[in-house]
Design a protein around this ligand. Sequence first.
Ligand code: AHR
Length: 493
Amino acid sequence: LKADIVLSPDFVVAPVRRRLFGSFVEHMGRCVYSGIHEPGHPTADEDGFRGDVLALTRELGVSLVRYPGGNFVSGYRWEDGVGPDRPVRRDLAWRGIETNAVGIDEFARWARKADAEVMYAVNLGTRGVAEALDVHEYMNHPGGTLLSDLRRANGTADPHGVRLWCLGNELDGPWQTGHKTAHEYGRLAAETARALRQAEPGLELVACGSSHSGMPTFGAWEATVLELTYDLVDHISCHAYYEPLDGDVDSFLASAVDMDHFIDSVVATADAVGARLRSDKRIGLSFDEWNVWYQSRFQADPPTEWRTAPRLIEDVYDVLDAVVVGNLLISLLRHSDRVAAACQAQLVNVIAPIRTEPGGPAWRQTTFHPFALTSRLARGQVLRTEVTSPVYPTARYGNVPVVDAVATHEPATGEVVVFAVNRHRIEPVELRATVPGATSVSEAWTVHDPDTSATNTRANPDRVVPRHQSAELSDDTLRTVLAPVSWTAIRLG
Ligand code: AHR
């Protein structure tokens, strides 16, 4: 098979937004406890944070971390997690027993150490405007008020300065504590946004979109919520998880086709609301939960006992999953004109690129690698990238291109980076890319293995690592062969 890419540094989609390389830490399973936080671990620092996980988080290139949930946030009382007294509570979302040993002050400290921005989600499930204002006062008000002085008394003199706030989580879902209709949620989100802006006009606010594009209210939910919040919020959220359904690997490999369509649909819906309101404002998308998640396994085995930090949805990812993750990042980059932020869900242990053992090692899952490489290499501007590719048939999406790709260009250095996947299960693809002005191949990596079910484990943590990709450049033309089921990144000088 053969495919061609045409691009030009003159055709720019948008700047590469660093917030695209976000992640998510929820009080769920072992993401927080024995994930980022484990006092007594051999690598733990003075705050009880695992040093090995912090190092891997920085290596992953995470720019932003959403916290504290997720479904968890819809029953969360932020004040349980500050100060010396930490009550133990039930978490209805995951049948957890929450010790509250980690709360917002600890998390903000951890995020600073990880060089990542905090994205904070307020509880609009069991709570409302007053509690959102309270947590904002605690986190962002400089001092001289009850709650800002409480923060200072608890050891954080400077405000946390969180700019990006989620107005609740997945309130369209009947599983959500405090589930609401679009109208109920839209009104609550509008009033919460108005109050938060009175407190601090410069905040960036994210309204909840649909929990996934298969929700019966998908589209109608976004339209109603945005009609009620259009002038008050900046972004609407999208959530999507992918897995091979009924063993349909061909469709799974084309998951980014669904993500493309999802993004285009939400953009169209938001712009239609804007047109009706005669507004020039454009709503951004916050794709604040996305990943591969073998949800069918979880649904077959949901938690029944109340437990603290149980092993919950600790999916082990293989090469196939890593290629899909790399392709989802291509889709997000391609939509940088409208996707303002994105968070891979989650960071550690819970459907995560980083795995840990309590008291033991931390290691990189296969999915770590395309994320880390994309975060490191995507710089400057995203280029419109035209791909001519053969297609292959899928049960879910019809005929889809075998090759998908996107490129970035750094004007300061002239460097171009091409990110490409071969979704074909058997055939390699000879790829030719015309890159005006390119003079050399600076580095080229691929995530591929003849055994697509290969995984990284505690016993063999580096079974799957990026390997050097052979690539040639002559007369502005890059030539390389994409192996079947592979993700590749090539940096050109
Ligand atoms: O990331 C796991 C869960 O998936 C989140 O808590 C929820 O928001 C979503 O349904």
